[in-house]
Design a protein around this ligand. Structure first.
Ligand SMILES: *[C@@H]1O[C@H](CO)[C@@H](O)[C@H](O)[C@H]1NC(C)=O
Ligand SMILES: *[C@@H]1O[C@H](CO)[C@@H](O)[C@H](O)[C@H]1NC(C)=O
Ligand SMILES: *[C@@H]1O[C@H](CO)[C@@H](O)[C@H](O)[C@H]1NC(C)=O
Length: 333
């Protein structure tokens, strides 16, 4: 169970990174998975709004998730019914893609022991009021087919996908449904679902600095965690407040639905204590920024601490030696 959860986190990370660079943009995404050999349900579907799960269904569940209370308008009821009905349709379509991919990759001898087929459908609403929709199917993490909304066709990313692409394009009714969905339905849905109570909750990041000594330098890391939504900017500024190039890591999900990331800067040992470096975090949960200054004091204190410990250890030892010596000298006399 745990391994499949971690794998799912990995899937989430793979697809959505970069899609929500602007903290004010809204994302409605549908993730559909059919797999074999991954300890996952045969089929699963998750619909998320800015990474918050709105709808989940998998092949082990007897019924579909009931409509949430906040979705009580006529349009809201229609959309929920549509989501429930399309879960069955999605299962059929994604299973067809999986079967076709397995057959074709088996023919070319490129089939793995465990195989996974994913559909990623997303719609992003930007702050300037424009939308962007996309649908991509992936096989074992690589693009398989994608929807060209302007031309109303599917495009094959690899030769193994041509057969399935043709099969989809031949079904005119299906092409009409799918283009209507990504041009209209999903946009209406986004405008209704953006009022979901869970979407507006923002969590302020916690910032912690830690350091690690290497030969001749110290790596100072700014660890930022517990924030939501995902979009965040973390920079190190040098003493003149210029950004310092450092290692950036991906934004990773925590198990509680929040996110974490870190950024490091390498400071030469001779500069420690002379210059200050600031870790500046920008996040939509705080109006300005969270600035944490690192002055390398702890390093100085640590060094001082070593001398103090030595002194504390050496003083009594010296005293005992002195006493012993005194006594010995007395006895000798
Ligand atoms: C792959 O092809 C071989 C040979 O045609 C066949 O025996 C095997 O069942 C196929 N495997 C899958 C997973 O389809
Ligand atoms: C709206 O914003 C998006 C994302 O920043 C950008 O890609 C798009 O070109 C913008 N559209 C207009 C009409 O300004
Ligand atoms: C951070 O916020 C402070 C106070 O609002 C502001 O003076 C400073 O310019 C900000 N720094 C950055 C890098 O945005």
């Amino acid at each position: 169970m745990r391994s499949s959860f971690v794998f799912f986190l990995y899937l989430l990370r793979g697809a959505c990174s970069g899609s929500d660079g602007d903290p004010e943009s809204l994302n409605l995404c549908i993730h559909m998975v059919v797999s074999h050999g991954f300890n996952l349900p045969e089929f699963l579907q998750r619909t998320t709004l800015n990474d918050v799960t709105i709808f989940y269904h998998d092949s082990n569940m007897a019924s579909k998730m009931p409509r949430p209370d906040w979705l009580n308008s006529i349009a809201g009821q229609w959309h929920w019914k549509h989501i429930q009905n399309w879960a069955d349709r999605n299962r059929r379509v994604i299973t067809q893609g999986f079967t076709s991919a397995v057959q074709q990759f088996n023919r070319t001898g490129l089939l793995a022991d465990s195989n996974i087929y994913e559909g990623w459908g997303c719609c992003t609403l930007f702050p300037n009021g424009t939308y962007r929709s996309s649908l991509t199917h992936k096989f074992n993490g690589k693009d398989f087919i994608s929807l060209d909304l302007d031309k109303r066709v599917f495009v094959a990313a690899v030769s193994e996908a041509v057969l399935y692409k043709n099969q989809r394009c031949r079904d005119e009714r299906d092409m009409d449904d799918i283009t209507d969905y990504y041009r209209k339905v999903i946009i209406d849905r986004l405008n209704i679902f953006k009022h979901a109570p869970s979407v507006r909750i923002r969590k302020v990041p916690e910032v912690r600095i830690f350091e690690k000594q290497k030969a001749g330098s110290i790596t100072v890391t700014c660890h930022v965690t517990g924030f939501y939504p995902r979009a965040v900017q973390v920079d190190w500024l040098d003493p003149d407040l210029h950004p310092v190039d450092g290692g950036v890591t991906d934004v990773l999900p925590n198990e509680d639905g929040t996110y974490q990331t870190r950024r490091s800067v390498t400071v030469p040992e001779e500069d420690v204590g002379k210059h200050t470096y600031s870790c500046v975090v920008l996040h939509s949960s705080v109006e300005h920024n969270i600035t944490t200054v690192w002055v390398g004091e702890s390093q100085i204190y640590r060094r001082a601490g070593v001398w103090i410990s030595l002194a504390i250890f050496l003083l009594p030892t010296g005293f005992i030696f002195w006493r012993l010596c005194n006594r010995l000298c007395c006895e000798l006399n």
